[in-house]
Every structure is written in C-alpha cells, then in structure tokens.
Design a protein around this ligand. Structure first.
Ligand code: CMP
Length: 138
C-alpha cells in the first residue's frame, strides 16, 4: 500500500557532502519527497526520537552522534515505502552493507551509517509526525 516513511541523512553523511548524492538516489528510486528539513537536533529531540532505544548500551553514543552536526529529515512516499527505503539503505551496519546501497556507499560502521529509516508502517506514522505537521507535507 501507499506509505510515507521517515528518512534521516545522518551527520556523517551531511559532513561528507553527500546530501545531494543521497537525495538523487531517493528520487531516482521513485520516492515522492513530501517533506524535507535541514536541522541540527538538540539532545532532547534526539533522545525523544530514539526513546525506544533508551535502555540500550549504545543509546548515549547514538544521541551524541545524532547531535554532532546537521541532519536532513525527510518524509518519503512510495508503494511499501518503509520496506523500499530500508532496501535502498541496506543493512544497519555499513560494514555489512553491499556497495550500491546508501549505507554501503556512504556509511562507515554500525553507528556512523549515513541514514535512518522507520522500521514499520506504525512507527513511520509516529516518526513522520515527530518532525512534520501535516500542513507542511506536500
Ligand atoms: P537507526 O536506523 O538510526 O536506528 C537506531 C540506530 O542505533 C541504528 O540506526 C544504528 O546506527 C544505531 N546502533 C545500533 N547498534 C549500535 C551499536 N552497537 N553501536 C552504536 N550505534 C548502534
């Protein structure tokens, strides 16, 4: 079904000058870009966004990294967008991600992995709402 998923270009990829390359791949893959913001997350925003990972050992490291520089937050629409965006990104750990995937080509490891995507249609709805008002979406 037609879904909107939440995508983030992470600080490693924005620092490396890869925003344009990643956006090009997204539009080439047939996603409709419904929303896009360049923003430097506060600690409070990063902790709120990743609240489900609060108890994980890597939570502090994850929040530090996500606040280390600007990110690009996007709402992407496509048939089965959640799965399609995860396929385009590749596996979480960039060391396991094939060349040709975004994490394989632009990421470094499990933390600095260039991009985020919602992991289910239910989470996609709440993650999109975390960053975008409906009136701001195309
Ligand atoms: P993301 O899709 O943004 O969702 C949660 C993130 O936690 C994940 O991508 C990884 O970048 C990060 N993550 C998962 N496991 C680890 C780990 N062991 N160390 C650091 N970061 C991790």
């Amino acid at each position: 079904s037609l879904e909107t998923t939440l995508a983030i270009i992470k600080p490693d990829a924005t620092r490396a000058g890869n925003i344009g390359h990643i956006v090009q791949r997204i539009t080439d893959a047939g996603f409709r870009l419904r929303g896009m913001r360049l923003m430097h997350l506060t600690r409070q925003q990063a902790e709120g966004f990743y609240a489900v990972h609060r108890e994980r050992s890597f939570f502090g490291e994850l929040v530090d990294f996500m606040c280390s520089g600007p990110v690009v937050v996007m709402a992407l629409e496509k048939e089965d967008a959640v799965r399609a965006w995860r396929d385009l990104m590749g596996p979480t750990n960039s060391k396991d991600a094939p060349k040709g995937t975004i994490r394989g080509d632009f990421g470094t490891d499990v933390g600095e992995n260039a991009a985020h995507g919602s992991d289910s249609p239910e989470n996609a709805v709440s993650e999109v709402a975390f960053f975008f008002a409906t009136s701001d979406l195309l």
